[in-house]
Design a protein around this ligand. Structure first.
Ligand code: C2E
Ligand code: MG
Ligand code: MG
Ligand code: MG
Length: 278
């Protein structure tokens, strides 16, 4: 009966709400502690040129290195940080740490690759990111060409005028710009071609079944055609098998990133894979 059902679903709803806010509070506390106690860490995953086999970049991926719980992946705390406003602290920390590490690598003779940093839509919305990026690069005496910023389609399309202005400022600093998880959001092609972009990152959901029967090869082919038409470099995410790598190479994809070549590694561990100045 409708009345009882309604009451039950209301109770269910409030219970769910409480669980949600409880979870937010707990993770929120963990996050604040993680920042205060310096438990944040970056792992770096190589990006490989499919033609030459050379590492041309590394993506910086944030984790919490928890003394009891071990490594906590970003999937467990980024959305909470976006809800409670800590994303700005996390995002600025990640940018600063990635630039510090790139400077160290430069000083140690590792040349010719970029470090890519993920940017949240919330950071884009605030508008002070160009200032922060400029200050961070200067703070580490780092040329902009060593840094790449990754944006999602939705964060760029939310306010196109504002995004365009931000992107132009990053571009003027020599920073490379890429679109992450491409194909999972909604991009206006008319706008896309106005942005001073460098790279499309093909989402791993199109790569996962590439070596099986199905339409994914056609979708990847279409994204590559688009990328080519826009004059952009392309990279496939989540490449786990040789079969996937071979198909991507045949389709003309420029670069790949995934467990096949390497999982995300600590700064120390990734070093043996980095190109060195000769
Ligand atoms: P993303 O930027 O699309 O990063 C790629 C994700 O795919 C990473 O997960 C990476 O570990 C995973 N991955 C790489 N290769 C493979 C593969 O071959 N197979 C599979 N199954 N997965 C693979 P991770 O590190 O858990 O990061 C998840 C997401 O969290 C990232 O997705 C990004 O959206 C976000 N994120 C990570 N670091 C930051 C950050 O510093 N700031 C912000 N705003 N977001 C971040
Ligand atoms: Mg990314
Ligand atoms: Mg991605
Ligand atoms: Mg993603």
């Amino acid at each position: 009966n409708a009345k009882v059902g309604g009451k039950n679903s209301f109770r269910f709803f409030t219970k769910r709400m409480n669980e949600h806010s409880q979870r937010l509070l707990t993770i929120g506390d963990d996050l604040r502690r993680a920042v205060a106690e310096r438990l944040l860490t970056l792992h770096y995953q190589p990006q490989v040129d499919l033609g030459s086999g050379k590492v041309v970049g590394v993506e910086a991926l944030i984790r919490i290195d928890h003394p009891q719980r071990g490594l906590i992946p970003p999937g467990e705390f980024i959305s909470v940080a976006e809800e409670n406003g800590m994303i700005f602290t996390l995002g600025e920390w990640a940018l600063d740490e990635a630039c510090r590490q790139r400077r160290r690598w430069l000083d140690a003779g590792f040349d010719d690759f970029v470090v890519a940093v993920n940017v949240s839509a919330h950071q884009m919305a605030r508008g002070d990111l160009p200032e922060i990026v400029a200050r961070t690069l200067a703070g580490h005496r780092l040329d902009g060409r060593y840094l790449e910023l990754e944006f999602t389609e939705s964060s760029l399309m939310r306010n196109v005028g504002k995004s365009l202005s931000l992107m132009q400022q990053f571009h003027a600093m020599g920073v490379r710009l890429s679109i992450d998880d491409f194909g999972t959001g909604y991009s206006s092609l008319a706008y896309l071609k106005q942005f001073p972009l460098d790279k499309l990152k093909i989402d791993q959901s199109f790569v996962r079944h590439l070596d099986e029967q199905g339409s994914d090869a056609l979708i990847v082919q279409a994204i590559l055609a688009l990328s080519h038409a826009l004059g952009l470099t392309s990279i496939a995410e989540g490449v786990e098998s040789l079969a996937q790598q071979n198909i991507l190479r045949e389709l003309g994809c420029c670069e790949m990133q995934g467990y096949l070549f390497s999982r995300p590694l600590t700064a120390a561990a990734v070093e043996s894979l980095l190109p060195r100045r000769t």
